[in-house]
Ligand binder design. Sequence first.
Ligand SMILES: [Zn+2]
Length: 307
Amino acid sequence: MISRFAPSTTGEAHPGTLLAALLVWLDARARQGRALLRLEDLDVTRVRAAWSAQMVEACAWLGLDWDDVVVQSDRRAAHEAALDALAAAGRLYPCRCSRADRAGGRRAPDGSWAYPNTCRGRALPPGGWRAASDAIRVQLDDDHIALIDDGGRDLSQTPALELGDPIVRRRDGVIAYQLAVVVDDHDAAITDVIRGHDIAPSTATQIMLQRLLAMATPRYRHHFLLLEPGAGKLAKLHGSIPFSQLRARYDGPALCGVLAHAADLVDAATPCTPRDLVAAFDWRRVPRGDRVARWDAHGLTIDTASA
Ligand SMILES: [Zn+2]
């Protein structure tokens, strides 16, 4: 059993990323499996090397060790080989449709507007996908994917219709998330993908890409998220409680206790190490519903009632 924690390094680590890391690590250690850290640093418009370094450091500070560390930007050759294979199969096409073109159309399961596959049938330029100045999409089969993940979430979808053919290479040349994640999971022989449920709507698309690339499909489990109170609604926690502030207030065991309590793994937020939690780790204790995190003069408080 091999799983991975795969954060994008587009900002500081925060309680949500550290909770995700902890859950991946506990699941692997409780099953005598392996767990690797994959730094998803492809989006050159948003990533910073300092945030990659901090992610590694934050995990170690919390008490998490990894069996391997993969830097996604080192894997360009594998991503290009996958694009070549999809091109050889006649699956790639250029698309210059904008987000505005899709607005008012069909709502996708992730809340965005579905891409109605408008450009299917457009040919790549003579130089192939590398020479294209437009974004590149891959034509999926219009198959329905029936899938209940290990956490009981129904991820069944017909991704080609509900979301539309995914972009696999952006207009600016960046390899897109959906392609990179599939290729990297395969090459690392990942058997179990454990991640926040915000990514759950992408699962069926990733399975379709695995099929096109003749890659095995891993098991999936999507866990709850930490939310932050926003203007009238809750939003997924992101940069508002940065690691630099957490570290100034807590040590690793103290924060581990807060996170373990938020995940219903312990009865009180008393300091502990991840290692202390392995023996009793059980997904059936972990809540399904999202929880709200607050940061104030008292430090980090995570509601143990689901939002
Ligand atoms: Zn298009």
